[in-house]
Write a protein that binds this ligand. Structure first.
Ligand SMILES: *Cc1c(COP(=O)(O)O)cnc(C)c1O
Length: 480
């Protein structure tokens, strides 16, 4: 398995060259190269057998460059507005590379051996600082693989707490014991429903109490009625999930304080899914959109979206450290005894799903410190300004319809011409946009109608240079 120093050096130098070139040229590269030959190439690729003898690192590097890297989408480029993709700051790329180089397993708090666990706690605390949330609000915190994982952890901890609170049942030890836990929300993100399926709550036990398509206004009377009935019948309890914000429109749930009061009154758990919306709090003009976030029992956010660190990285916070340990606590003796001295840092493996975990904090830590709170605030504000200006342009263009006034960093729109206006037409319009290679967007459905979503969440997205190119791309697609 040995490799010569010269071979390793050559491969590393190639990485450095690619990193520098990509850093210089990313804004000019096609956002995506749509090529139907890729489909054929994929089938051939799948038939490749494992070779008996190794082929050498640099030959393989060349092959990978040709087949995978050369035509890869510029997913971390400035006009990739699909999903909520985010980018990767140079500091986070360096951090990620270093995390791989050392390959620490951040599963145990070993204060005499490494400060890695402390760095993870600190990184999570600094994100709270960035969003003006007191660190004390969430003593429990851990990095996950993404918001879906964080939402899953939230439901795992929430179900443990409500069952204990209501019936003195320990789900981690004994299972559901015939009880039903429901998830109540308003236009909750699909990952919440997926999480409900994964943790034994069940997809069908999701109840939507929203009064609109944005999950903005809730039927609080219905919420109270459900929670009250659950107490009377005594075989059901609930986790309530608030969306900060909704994926299509970036709308935030209203009346969070009232929802909090109802949760407290009826022993329900309050989870806030703020995958991207958490960072509204860091922008002075938008902070009012996400109030009372510190009142959540558990909170989800994402690192690999608007924080611009590489995949995979999610954030999870909770007020209930002990409940996490009941759910995730490892029973092995050698694991349980590892916490000797040091600060009050919990064993990561007792706070989340994974036992073995990469040093996921390092890219975020290095990025936060490299740019500071101001660097991040300015990026969030600039992305929002870009989105507003794009929304204004769409609104004034008779060939396009802005489906929702811009709230944060999402633009929701469709084309007005009859040929673009059906499901198939909308898909074709999105394909035409992608074919330009100038920008990337996602398809969605809003109020039952096909629509297009552009989410701006990249540190490189520049109003002066990228807005004209974005507009040119949409205009070109309209003419096709
Ligand atoms: C993106 C998103 C998720 C899922 O996040 P992943 O990081 O893709 O797992 C959950 N909730 C909201 C509101 C999101 O925007």
């Amino acid at each position: 398995m040995d490799i010569s120093r010269a071979d390793l050096q050559r491969a590393l130098e190639r990485i450095v060259q690619i990193a520098l070139d990509r850093n210089d040229t990313l804004p000019e590269l096609p956002v995506v190269k749509v090529n139907h030959d890729f489909v054929q190439a994929e089938s051939q690729l799948l038939n490749t057998p494992l070779p008996e003898n190794g082929q050498g690192l640099n030959d393989i590097f060349s092959t990978v460059y040709q087949t995978v890297l050369k035509d890869a989408p510029s997913a971390n480029g400035p006009r990739y507005f699909g999903l909520i993709t985010g980018g990767t700051t140079p500091a986070s790329i360096v951090g990620d590379f270093v995390a791989t180089l050392y390959d620490l397993n951040v599963s145990l708090h070993l204060p005499k051996e490494t400060v890695a666990t402390a760095i993870e706690q600190l990184t999570l605390d600094m994100v709270l600082d960035l969003c003006y949330i007191p660190r004390e609000a969430f003593p429990g915190k851990i990095l996950t693989t993404g918001a879906t994982a964080s939402n899953t952890v939230g439901l795992m901890v929430g179900r443990q707490w409500v069952a204990q609170q209501r019936w003195n049942i320990d789900i981690a030890e004994d299972g559901f014991c015939g009880k039903t836990i429901r998830l109540i929300g308003g236009r909750a993100h699909s990952s919440m429903i997926k999480a409900a399926a994964m943790v034994g709550i069940g997809r069908r036990n999701y109840i939507d109490v929203s009064l609109d398509d944005e999950g903005h206004q809730w039927d609080l009377d219905q919420l109270e009625k459900i929670l009250k009935e659950q107490q009377v019948k005594d075989v059901e309890a609930s986790i309530v999930v608030v969306g900060y914000g909704e994926i299509n429109t970036s709308c935030f749930t209203n009346d969070v304080l009232k929802i909090r009061e109802l949760c407290t009154k009826y022993d329900a758990w309050l989870h806030i899914d703020a995958a991207f919306g958490l960072f509204a709090r860091a922008i002075p003009t938008h902070a009012h959109m996400a109030p009372h976030i510190e009142s959540a029992d558990s909170l989800t956010s994402d690192g690999h979206k608007w924080l611009n660190v590489p995949y995979d990285c999610g954030l999870f916070y909770t007020k209930h450290v002990d409940v996490c340990e009941q759910v995730f606590g490892a029973k092995s003796a050698y694991l349980a005894t590892a916490n000797a001295g040091g600060a009050d840092i919990r064993q990561p493996l007792n706070m989340g799903i994974e036992n073995s975990r990469r040093f996921r904090a390092l890219p975020m830590y290095m990025s936060l410190l490299t740019y500071g709170a101001k660097g991040y605030r300015d990026m969030f504000a600039s992305n929002c300004r870009f989105t507003e200006l794009l929304g204004d342009w769409i609104n004034e263009n008779p060939e396009l319809e802005l489906l929702m006034p811009v709230q944060l960093n999402n633009v929701l729109f469709s084309a007005t011409a009859a040929k673009w206006n059906t499901q198939g037409g909308n898909d074709a319009f999105i394909d035409a946009i992608k074919e330009t290679g100038l920008l990337y967007v996602s398809k969605t459905v809003y109020k039952g109608k096909p629509a297009i979503r552009a989410a701006v969440s990249n540190w490189r997205t520049n109003i002066d240079t990228d807005l004209p190119i974005t507009i040119k791309g949409i205009e070109k697609a309209l003419q096709s």
